[in-house]
Design a protein around this ligand. Structure first.
Ligand code: FAD
Ligand code: FES
Ligand code: FES
Length: 470
């Protein structure tokens, strides 16, 4: 039995937990305001809000319901456009109308829900954050400028909120209906009723994080699959610092990583790197373990954590082993992982004072696009010499690549243009890109060379000049 709240209605359903949430909403609850576009998490037409209680406060995030399993809704408040609509237009809907932000209207519900998510979310009410909240929504008609103006209007209005109780203020201003005032209590009661699901003790259940890979790759099969829903399991969530190491629960999302103070403290440019990963709703869903186990050669989190020389903890029926992430990949989608073994946590050492880190990604568009090539580099310096190097690259071979030979070469070297040119020659030897929709073999080789140089230009601007890229 899966229990949650859908808008203002408690739900208890015996449907398979692998059912797609969008189908449940539209076909079983006849809430057809939530649209079907791509069914691949790409267009945002099916955006919903998912609410829970965190640190005693109601917390909402946008997600794409087309790649969300029903089981991930357990214990949550699922909000569709019908759960927001009232007699009058909400200030979000009003701003979109006033600025001409809707034409054919197909995308509009998704934009409204995303902007409602911004109003209900915990990010500061800035124009940049309002526009970023829409980065998972595609519109073929408006050209986005009118929607950006609507975002500005909403920000201006939200700025008058003065930090009162957020939910009560949003109710009073007509953003959300009055029933939201009772949701926190209802969710708390529901949480007490539901027992926490445990990680699987055998190999018969398929682990699912956010579902953003599985439900794109094999949606039909997933509807009927027996699933272990890892997404909200407390034991697999969260980021903690223990001494010099950071431990990240396997089901922690890209957005949780992006908004973590512990992570920001360790990686000061974290925000710039993470905004390159997919879009707001997909970051709210995609987990770090899902990224690693999917084993895409261009997984951003995989390349990022390979550059940090992370380790992973694998667990089978309570038996744990820790291996370097770089040893996890044995061939195209072949992993050092036994049936029934699941990924429990990721561990990496906090970069010290003499250690620097950088991540680069090139793709065809800024948001919602996987990389043509991505790369990360971490260097620990001893005065002007490289003491330890960790370099990774994606899109240049069948697996996410740890550039072992390049790292070995860099050890003990000073940072000069000739060092980098020699390192590039070694790097070109250890990669094996293929030509595909993301570019030719030659293009990807050139791209990785440029990203490799870009790491040094960013990290050592006084030693390595921009001209090296030309
Ligand atoms: C529109 C869209 C845009 C995207 N953009 C990007 C992007 O820019 N960059 C990027 O890197 N990726 C991108 N992705 C891919 C995806 O979002 C990420 O790979 C994400 O991190 C996958 O996590 P998940 O929890 O959703 O995986 P799931 O689909 O839930 O699982 C993926 C695999 O991991 C397994 N698994 C999950 N958790 C565990 C565990 N703890 N132990 C063992 N196995 C486990 C599952 O069984 C499955 O085999 C995008 C996807 C979509 C739909
Ligand atoms: S239908 Fe396009 S993102 Fe869900
Ligand atoms: S208004 Fe037509 S797709 Fe956005």
């Amino acid at each position: 039995m899966i229990k949650f709240i859908l808008n203002n209605t408690p739900i208890a359903t015996e449907m398979a937990s692998g059912t797609i949430l969008l189908d449940f909403i539209r076909y079983h609850k006849s809430l057809v305001g939530t649209k079907i576009g791509c069914r691949e998490g790409d267009c945002g037409a099916c955006t919903i809000l998912v609410g829970d209680v965190r640190d005693g406060e109601l917390h909402y995030e946008s997600m794409t319901s087309c790649v969300t399993p029903l089981g991930n809704a357990e214990g949550k408040h699922i909000v569709t456009i019908e759960g927001i609509n009232q007699k009058e237009l909400t200030p979000v809907q009003d701003a979109i109308v006033e600025e001409g932000g809707t034409q054919c209207g197909f995308c509009t519900v998704g934009f409204v829900v995303s902007l409602q998510g911004f109003a209900l979310g915990n990010k500061p009410y800035t124009y940049e954050n309002a526009v970023a909240a829409m980065d998972g929504n595609i519109c073929r008609c408006t050209g986005y400028k009118s929607l950006e103006r609507a975002a500005q209007r909403i920000v201006n209005h939200l700025a008058t909120s003065n930090g009162q109780n957020k939910i009560e203020w949003l109710v009073a201003q007509g953003y959300i209906p009055p029933y939201f005032s009772n949701i926190k209590q209802q969710l708390t009661d529901l949480e007490n009723e539901l027992h926490q699901q445990q990680p699987p003790q055998n190999g018969t259940l398929v682990p699912v994080g956010g579902g953003t890979d599985l439900y794109v790759q094999r949606p039909e099969e997933m509807r009927k699959t027996a699933i272990s829903h890892f997404f909200y399991q407390k034991a697999l969530n969260g980021i903690t610092r223990k001494g010099n190491n950071i431990h990240i629960g396997a089901a922690t999302t890209a957005e949780d990583i992006r908004s973590s103070d512990i992570m920001l403290d360790a990686i000061p440019r974290l925000f710039d790197y993470m905004k390159l990963v997919s879009s707001t709703p997909i970051r709210n869903m995609g987990t770090v373990a899902g990224n690693f186990v999917n084993a895409s050669p261009i997984g951003d989190l995989t390349i990022f954590f390979l550059g940090l020389n992370a380790s992973i903890v694998l667990n089978t029926q309570g038996n744990k082993r820790t291996i370097p992430l770089k040893n996890f990949y044995k061939g195209y989608k072949v992993l050092d992982k036994q049936p029934g073994e699941y990924l429990e946590e990721i561990i990496f050492e906090v970069p010290g004072k003499s250690t620097t880190f950088n991540f680069e990604k090139v793709c065809k568009r800024t948001h919602l696009d996987i990389a043509s090539v991505n790369s990360a580099l971490q260097l620990t310096m001893d005065q002007d010499r490289i003491e330890v190097a960790h370099a990774s690259a994606g899109g240049v071979g069948p697996t996410p690549k740890y550039l072992q030979n390049t790292c070995d070469f860099l050890k003990g070297k000073t940072i000069t243009e000739s060092t980098l040119q020699e390192a590039n020659m070694i790097m070109q030897e250890e990669i094996s890109p293929i030509s595909d929709a993301r570019g030719t073999n030659e293009y990807k080789r050139l791209l990785l060379r440029q990203l490799f140089y870009a790491h040094f230009i960013t990290l050592f601007p006084n030693q390595i000049q921009l001209e090296l890229l030309q």
